[in-house]
Design a protein around this ligand. Structure first.
Ligand code: IPD
Length: 282
């Protein structure tokens, strides 16, 4: 029911915002400590602490739900879950930006439903992406539209752009940190860049999806992405009128995600399909 889903969306917003305040607020002090002790990495430390906070809050509020985060946690998810719902969280999405203080990092919290009848098996039903530096939270639930909540509590609806041509579209992308995938991602970029207005690599997949939702990007694609990077952004995007798919007509997956405003959906998914074939045969 919508009322219950609205409460779950609100829970996602409040825990994502709390964790975002925590990671931003601790950054300066933590950087000082971790740069002194060379074997400790601020990203590892803060990712783990942020996830611990998210896990604690979500388990208190929803003990029957599963919990799955970037920093391990899949076992805990399997152990506790009886509701058929799982929280999928990225405690800091855009970890390299966080390390450098480049202002594009977020906390992503999604509630996903397992659906064994769907290829891919799961879909988000509510989610929140807290833009840590801006202090705003992009959020959505199935059927409720997509919204940005500003730090003063005001809400504004999100809508995708009215782009109609790929050649004049601004397209985001991302590159996973796995060295094995980087060559393929670079090869894909060689094909895409000449066909679009320009490319952006923001460094946070969750925010990239929200940028498409807000019309600040016309589309986005990434080959080789994690479920926690995309789960909350996916529902924000689709509720804002965008499409979120995979390659070759498949649902979005860790292999490939293509996000698009409706006017360029066909062209962008077609281009990514071409690229997937080229890269696969290389
Ligand atoms: C990464 C970011 C990046 C994307 C990578 C992700 P992380 O997430 O979302 O934009 O290109 O694929 O792994 O590691 O910073 O949480």
């Amino acid at each position: 029911p919508q009322e219950e889903l609205r409460e779950l969306e609100e829970l996602a917003v409040s825990v994502a915002a709390e964790a975002a305040r925590f990671v931003v607020g601790s950054r300066a002090a933590e950087l000082e400590v971790t740069t002194k002790s060379s074997d400790v990495d601020i990203v590892t430390v803060m990712d783990a602490r942020s996830q611990e906070l998210l896990g604690r809050r979500l388990r208190e509020a929803r003990p029957a739900d599963g919990f799955f985060g970037e920093e391990g946690g899949a076992d805990a998810a399997a152990a506790g879950a009886t509701s058929g719902l799982t929280w999928v969280v990225d405690p800091i999405d855009g970890t390299v930006n966080y390390l450098y203080g480049f202002p594009q990092y977020a906390v992503s919290v999604a509630l996903v439903e397992c659906d064994p009848t769907t290829p891919g098996g799961w879909r988000p039903i509510a989610g929140a992406v807290a833009d840590a530096v801006a202090g705003s939270v992009h959020h959505a639930r199935l059927g409720g539209g997509a919204w940005t909540r500003e730090p003063d509590g005001t809400e504004a609806p999100l809508h995708v752009s009215d782009a109609t041509a790929l050649a004049t579209s601004l397209v985001g992308t991302g590159f996973g940190y796995d060295a094995a995938k980087r060559g393929r991602q670079a090869r894909a970029l060689v094909e895409v860049l000449p066909r679009v207005r320009d490319i952006r690599r923001g460094g946070s997949a969750a925010l990239d999806l929200c940028h498409v939702a807000a019309g600040r990007l016309d589309g986005y694609y990434e080959m080789g992405i994690n479920p926690w990077d995309m789960a909350a952004g996916w529902i924000v995007l689709t509720e804002a009128g965008g499409s979120c798919t995979g390659a070759e007509g498949a649902p979005p997956s860790t292999d490939c995600v293509v996000a698009a405003a409706p006017g360029i959906r066909e062209a962008l998914t077609g281009l990514v399909d071409e690229v997937v074939l080229i890269v696969r045969n290389d």
